[in-house]
Write a protein that binds this ligand. Structure first.
Ligand SMILES: Nc1ncnc2c1ncn2[C@@H]1O[C@H](COP(=O)(O)OP(=O)(O)O)[C@@H](O)[C@H]1O
Ligand SMILES: [Mg+2]
Length: 342
């Protein structure tokens, strides 16, 4: 069953009399209880898409086209009141830097129980019992004492565990996690991501994992959506995308990040150049200035994407060679013509 469906979403920025399109034709969907990763370099429109789902776009930003269906209901036409009823009990968010989303002058216990009392009608005693249980679920020991402490008593990783507990507190059906581990060191990142995806899958919560690092989400998500310069450029099942990315940009993303299986001594290859300025008008494919495979057509015609395809790609020159992950380069044709697994 589809829990969240984003259809041809466009987000515009208005500055004076001028309008700039920051996100265009973004489409993807998430089934109940599943995990989807949204991946792309900084500035590709990931956070704007998530904020649009939450109804939290800044004033100068408007969803200019498309639909965001949650359980079949269009959030873009929902009233502020309806959205407030959904945030917390139905849709929760985990942000990159918990210090800015936690209230520094309220105890962790207060912040964990507030939503349960407000949205679920829990008594103080019921809420406290669930708060203790939640802290244990996210691996925070000595929970009784921890409830009385303030955010600054917790390390970065522990604060992010608290944020996960708060997100789960009202038993939401969807969690949007926007770069939830970016501020943490690599080992803690892996632990927190595993924890978040395990708890969501155990509790049947749909999870959207937003990140710039394709390497760290591949194992947690069933499906991956790749965004570039405000548009979806590739979407496929995680294993397929990881093994044989078809868009040169995705290929670049995979070659530029270290992964568990990257062979020692093999080179990481950053994508040359930078994403286009959203205010620049660029014809054709927006990735063309950085693309080694660009042809004349890419300079003039924008490649379209069939969002319904199992492996959707917006590219005129799709790659058809699986990636050798241990060497970070395409596998050369071997005699049997078979492809190796990553
Ligand atoms: N409030 C805003 N005003 C102007 N530009 C914005 C605003 N928010 C985001 N943008 C621009 O929109 C683009 C997409 O931003 P964002 O969704 O935050 O990217 P990501 O999360 O993928 O790093 C970026 O170019 C960013 O500079
Ligand atoms: Mg972001």
């Amino acid at each position: 069953m589809t829990l969240l469906q984003i259809e041809n979403l466009a987000i515009d920025l208005t500055r004076g009399a001028q309008t700039h399109r920051l996100v265009s034709d973004a489409s993807w969907q998430l089934d109940a209880g599943q995990t989807l990763a949204v991946v792309g370099e900084s500035g590709s429109g990931k956070s704007l898409t998530a904020l649009a789902v939450m109804g939290l776009l800044a004033d100068e930003l408007t969803p200019a086209a498309g639909h965001i269906l949650f359980d079949g209901k269009d959030l873009l036409t929902a009233t502020d009141d309806e959205l407030r009823q959904l945030r917390g009990p139905q849709i929760a968010m985990v942000f990159q830097e918990p210090m800015t989303s936690l209230n520094p002058v309220k105890t962790i216990g207060y912040q964990l129980t507030e939503g349960m009392r407000h949205h679920l009608g829990f008594s103080a005693k019921q809420a406290k019992a669930r708060a203790l249980d939640l802290l244990e679920q996210v691996g925070i020991s000595d929970a009784k004492r921890r409830l009385k402490q303030y955010p600054h008593h917790f390390s970065g990783g522990m604060r992010q565990r608290v944020m996960i507990a708060i997100a789960l507190a009202c038993k939401p059906r969807l969690i949007l996690a926007d770069e939830p581990t970016t501020a943490l060191d690599v080992t803690i990142q892996a632990q927190i991501l595993s924890l978040l995806s395990r708890l969501c899958s155990e509790q049947g919560v749909g999870l959207v994992l937003i990140t710039h690092n394709l390497g760290i989400v591949a194992r947690h998500a069933r499906r991956v959506v790749v965004m570039y310069a405000g548009s979806v450029v590739e979407a496929a099942d995680a294993r397929q995308l990881y093994r044989a990315p078809k868009h040169p940009y995705t290929h670049g993303l995979l070659s530029s990040v270290p992964r568990m299986d990257t062979r020692k001594g093999s080179k990481l290859l950053p994508i040359q150049g930078a994403p286009p300025d959203p205010f620049d008008v660029l014809r054709g494919c927006r990735f063309n200035p950085r693309c080694q495979h660009a042809t004349d057509k890419c300079l003039t015609d924008k490649p379209l994407i069939d969002h319904m395809a199992v492996h959707a790609v917006a590219c005129w020159n799709q790659l058809d060679t699986p990636l050798d992950h241990t060497l970070n380069r395409p596998i050369s044709n071997n005699a049997s013509g078979e492809t190796r697994n990553p």
